[in-house]
Design a protein around this ligand. Structure first.
Ligand SMILES: Nc1ncnc2c1ncn2[C@@H]1O[C@H](COP(=O)(O)OP(=O)(O)OP(=O)(O)O)[C@@H](O)[C@H]1O
Ligand SMILES: [Mg+2]
Length: 459
């Protein structure tokens, strides 16, 4: 039941308003002066306050102020005496929703209250919707039913609002980048940039120039000044991916940014200040790298203020099927395939596989299966799940017969199968086998595999 407080020193008017609101199903509380109104406000929450401006004790402005202090969502409507528009204007500025001039009829007041209620409903809906949008951004694209993923979500929510440095660890393809982005999206920095840098992709000088920027003429080819990724991430977040592969000099510079928030561009003397949150990710055992002297211990402790460890998929098998379904729906939608589900055999295959490439491997396998399948249901035949490295505890793919097998023949057999499976498109067959187009081409020639479609350019 909606709670309304009516503060009005004219008894007849007050009681008239009270009756009208009681008839409309409100729970009505009356105050005959400002002091009583303020006391009531402190006792219980109200949806509406209708207050006279001029009253003994505290005046209507004070009632408004106190009401806003206790609860910003309470709607306050001010009643003013005829001809005192000034007070009404001031009250509106102070956060009143509306005002009404004496003398008024009750219909007029009810209309204003109804409008206020509509307004409140809209606000609530807006709140709800913007919450939904935020959460879509943050977790809807991250699937995780396992206790360990749920724990990670809780940790992310807890640490995101702060500025502390986070180290995300986990095998390749476990979703480190996704979690890093979720931390940024849930932080107060979300409106600024989320900048990524893969520290393994470039060597010393080039990496430093990417991270810190350079001045014109800093090195051969530096024909203009360029700002680095730390500067791009100012007031935002920077992800230092594969952080374990930085050289000692780069490590020292990153440590300085973490400690003093300062750096110089390559070839420059000016010291720049930057405010960015650092999230680091690694699939290496950084502690081991510290012990072997490859990674600075002080930097390790600076980065490792909070650690988020994402376990490999094989250690959270509850996530496999929800992830498979999520990717199947996603790619089926993108490719217009009308996926409806998995056969029991496919579910079993997915559940048993070792997933050494973790979620990335699962995503690729499902994408490939959706691409290849002719039906709307994915069966185990649509799934090609071997992996070239064969580690990570995956099921045995080839059973060697007692009499052994000729490796060359086996290779040819596998090549032909992969080619047929990919409709003789060499690039796709190469992807299936985890080799490059150049290597598959070489092997096709070596085994003299022929297909009529290639007759024009193959000997
Ligand atoms: N929980 C998850 N829900 C949905 N998608 C996921 C999840 N985890 C990973 N992915 C997807 O798997 C792929 C690999 O994830 P990501 O790039 O974050 O892995 P990574 O741990 O950074 O791997 P690497 O160490 O190789 O860089 C991405 O396409 C990502 O969107
Ligand atoms: Mg990554």
């Amino acid at each position: 039941m909606k709670q309304v407080l009516i503060a009005e020193d004219e008894q007849t008017l007050r009681e008239g308003i009270a009756q009208a609101f009681t008839a409309k199903g409100f729970q009505v509380h009356q105050a005959q002066d400002g002091t009583e109104a303020v006391n009531l406000l402190q006792e219980k929450p109200f949806d509406f306050v209708i207050t006279d401006l001029r009253m003994p004790g505290f005046d209507g402005m004070e009632v408004l102020r106190r009401s806003r202090m206790v609860n910003e969502n309470t709607i306050v409507i001010i009643v003013t005496a005829f001809g005192t528009v000034d007070g009404a204007v001031e009250a509106m500025r102070g956060g009143a929703f509306d005002y009404i001039q004496k003398p008024f009829n009750l219909d007029e007041l009810e209309l204003k209250v109804e409008r206020a209620m509509d307004h409140q409903r809209l606000l609530r809906k807006l709140d709800y919707l913007s919450d939904r949008i935020d959460s879509n951004y943050q977790f809807e694209n991250i699937i995780g039913d396992s206790p360990s993923m749920k724990e990670i979500f809780r940790t992310v929510e807890k640490i995101a609002p702060s500025n502390s440095t986070v180290l995300i660890t986990g095998e390749t393809g476990t979703g480190k980048e996704l979690i890093a982005e979720a931390i940024h999206r849930r932080s107060p920095r979300r409106k600024q940039n989320f900048v990524k840098m893969n520290c393994a992709s470039l060597h010393d000088n080039l990496l430093e120039s990417e991270l810190f920027g350079h001045e014109k003429g800093a090195f051969t080819g530096a024909d203009r000044q360029r700002i680095g990724r730390f500067e791009l991430a100012h007031e935002g977040t920077i992800l230092l991916d594969e952080v374990g592969s930085m050289s000692p000099t780069t490590q020292a510079k990153v440590l300085r940014i973490l400690q003093e928030h300062t750096f110089e561009r390559l070839g420059g003397n000016t010291t720049h200040k930057v405010d960015c949150r650092v999230v680091a990710a690694t699939n290496l055992d950084l502690q081991k790298a510290v012990r072997s002297g490859a990674f600075r211990e002080d930097l390790f402790y600076r980065l490792n203020v909070v650690t988020v460890h994402i376990p490999p998929l094989r250690e959270r098998r509850e996530d496999i099927l929800p992830l498979a379904k999520y990717f199947a729906d996603k790619y089926s939608g993108e490719m217009g395939k009308g996926f409806t589900g998995f056969t029991p055999g496919a579910l079993e295959t997915l559940g048993k596989h070792g997933w050494p490439g973790n979620v990335r491997e699962l995503e690729n396998a499902i994408e490939r299966a959706i691409l290849m399948t002719e039906g709307t249901q994915l069966s185990e035949k649509d799934l090609t799940l071997w992996n070239p490295n064969g580690n990570g505890g995956s099921a045995t793919i080839v059973h060697l017969p007692a009499g052994g097998y000729n490796l060359e023949e086996l290779e040819k057999e596998v090549l032909v199968q992969a080619l047929k499976m990919s409709n003789w498109v060499q690039k796709e067959a190469a992807t299936l086998l985890g080799i490059s187009s150049r290597v598959i081409n070489y092997k096709i020639q070596k085994h003299q595999i022929k297909n009529p479609r290639w007759s024009k350019n193959k000997t």
